[in-house]
Design a protein around this ligand. Structure first.
Ligand code: CMP
Length: 226
């Protein structure tokens, strides 16, 4: 069962059955309920986590208690690698946003796996590079864009990374809450609600149940606006 699950992780796609079985033998599965904290920022970290089911948010809490969302992650994504690689405390707090199943690997086993398999090391480095690029883009948008521009960029990134293009030209994404958008782009929930209602009025967005539909013209407009 475990090697089959491990085969579904892109991180391990290049491995043969023997290598997969060896990783599966050192991994343990853990379940968390919605809102459980998996790691607190600044605590000592000993495990690497791979999401098999569910989603997490990676957050920092400001001194005033305000939550800043750095990233959302889902099945196949990993977290908890930083403290193991640089021997520093956890860099952020990771919280389950729905019931969560993760595979955990202890520090020494994780480091051994990286040392034995360059394909995995390279994927971990590629993911870290991707996260650094995303953080740079974030710094740029916070420093140079107004809140409308930051919302437009947030929606564009969401559509690019998680969108499904429908035959009618709309791009469908799972609808994030206004509060989580606000905590990601650095504004209030009220401002996000006002801007989203404006986009709905202009027919650039539609929401239905848990889905948000972005019109192709909205995507073109957001891109043109930079
Ligand atoms: P670690 O520092 O061990 O524990 C918190 C984890 O959150 C960290 O490893 C990364 O896996 C993840 N993380 C921290 N900062 C970011 C970020 N800016 N973007 C995405 N993930 C992050």
């Amino acid at each position: 069962m475990l090697p089959t699950l491990f085969r579904s992780f892109t991180l391990f796609a290049e491995l043969d059955d023997r290598e997969l079985a060896s990783i599966a033998s050192v991994a343990k599965s853990r379940h968390y309920a919605k809102d459980d904290v998996i790691f607190h920022a600044d605590e000592v970290g000993d495990v690497f986590c791979l999401i098999s089911d569910g989603h997490v948010k990676v957050t920092m809490i400001s001194p005033e208690g305000k939550e800043i969302i750095l990233s959302m992650m889902g099945p196949g994504d990993f977290f908890g690698e930083m403290a193991l690689l640089d021997d520093e405390p956890r860099s952020a707090t990771v919280i389950a946003t729905e019931p969560l199943d993760v595979m955990t690997i202890w520090r020494s086993d994780f480091l051994q796996i990286l040392s034995d398999n360059f394909s995995i090391t390279r994927k971990v480095l590629a993911e870290l590079s991707k996260r650094l690029r995303a953080a740079s883009n974030r710094i740029e948008s916070l420093a140079t864009m107004d809140v409308y521009g930051r919302l437009a960029r947030f929606l564009l990134d969401l559509a690019r990374d998680h969108g499904t293009t429908l035959e009618n030209g709309y791009v469908a994404v799972t609808r994030p809450t206004h509060q989580s958008i606000a905590n990601t782009i650095g504004t209030s929930r009220e401002t996000v609600s006002r801007l989203i209602h404006g986009l709905i009025k202009q027919n650039l967005l539609m929401t239905e149940g848990k889905t948000l539909y972005l019109r192709k013209s909205a995507i073109d407009q957001f891109k043109a606006e930079g």
